[in-house]
Design a protein around this ligand. Structure first.
Ligand code: 13P
Length: 335
């Protein structure tokens, strides 16, 4: 593996003020995003929508990398420029989602494990040819009132993440390791903290066992936050304190950046929480940044509604979210 390349790509993605746009929705997921705005999920509409995001002026100040879905990595702008080239030309690093989704874990009802390791070495070689410099694999951990997640589900997902990360680094592709503890459900912030801690401990134990180079990867965790149906609400400062405390205990200082997912938080909450972490006087060893899907795109979809006449408005909405998260990277955003 090319250690220097892995390190420099990982660092560039989380350079000052920068984070990641997660635009890697699978076709079933993007359909879920298009349905409420009345846009049919055709290949051309998906291409048109992604072009709006990728051609928004000025986003390269705040967006260091974009995660693409397989179909999007093979698509081009209306002028015929492949999206990966269009992004690289603007100084934005293209990445690719490589997992094949979370499936039911046998004999562990209510638990899931992410699939996609078979044939991954060959797929990574092709993605590299197509211009991808980093990749993403998402493990999904649900929390219920009783026995979910099981200890084995945590281990199985951590093991798959480590096998994926090792294959990426072998191919000189920076792995984004995403162990997502879902914020669906009624659990409180303490239970999120316990499960996130167990998951991170298991993930880094497996990464270590697999020989993964921490300096050449990024971690994409959930924030430590109560479930959406939890009656007790928390402030941005409480979320920030709990998240940084948990991460400090389990994430080695050699990892260059932590890029949070938004996980269903509103665009404003996701920015507020990230800002609170960077505003704390914590001096963490890693960059604290974002890799938001919904929290960057929800306002864009609402403005666009599939209409050509709304493209400028949609790009203004996107530009604003990028800029505000860039401020949150420095802890100087105010709502
Ligand atoms: P959200 O920010 O919408 O959670 O999406 C990020 C992501 O890439 C999930 O895998």
């Amino acid at each position: 593996m090319n250690i220097d390349e892995l390190k420099s790509v990982a660092q560039a993605i989380v350079a000052r003020q920068k984070g990641i746009l997660a635009a890697d929705e699978s076709n079933p997921t993007i359909k879920k995003r298009f349905d409420p705005i009345g846009v049919e999920s055709t290949e051309e509409n998906r291409r048109r929508y992604r072009e709006i995001l990728f051609t928004t002026e000025g986003i390269e100040r705040y967006i260091g990398g974009v995660i693409l879905f397989d179909e999007t990595l093979r698509q081009s702008s209306r002028d015929g420029i492949p999206f990966a080239h269009l992004l690289s030309g603007r100084g934005i690093i293209p990445g690719i989602k490589v997992d094949k989704g979370a499936k039911a874990l046998a004999l562990h009802p209510g638990n899931k494990v992410t699939e996609g390791l078979d044939g991954l070495r060959d797929r990574l070689a092709e993605y590299k040819q197509l211009g991808a410099k980093f990749a993403k694999w998402r493990a999904v951990i649900e929390i219920d009132e009783q026995n979910v997640p099981s200890a084995y589900a945590i281990r199985a997902n951590a093991h798959a993440l480590a096998r994926y990360a090792a294959l990426c680094q072998e191919a000189d592709i920076v792995p984004i390791v995403e162990p997502e503890v879902l914020m669906d459900g009624a659990h409180d912030i303490q239970r999120c903290n316990v499960i996130t801690s167990q998951m991170l401990e298991s993930v880094f134990s497996e990464l270590n066992a697999h020989g993964v180079l921490y300096e050449g990867m990024l971690l994409k965790p959930n924030m430590v936050i109560p479930g959406m149906k939890c009656p007790q609400r928390t402030s941005a400062e409480e979320v920030a304190q709990a998240s940084v405390r948990c991460l400090r205990r389990y994430v080695p200082a050699a990892v260059p950046g932590i890029v949070f997912l938004s996980g269903g938080q509103s665009a404003e909450d996701a920015t507020d929480n990230l800002n609170a972490m960077n505003a704390m006087d914590a001096n963490p060893p890693w960059q604290l940044s974002f890799s938001y899907g919904r929290a960057l795109q929800a306002p864009v979809l609402t403005a666009w509604k599939g209409q050509e006449s709304n493209v400028a408005e949609a790009q203004r909405a996107f530009s604003k979210r990028c800029q505000l998260n860039g401020l949150a990277r420095e802890g100087i955003y105010s709502r």
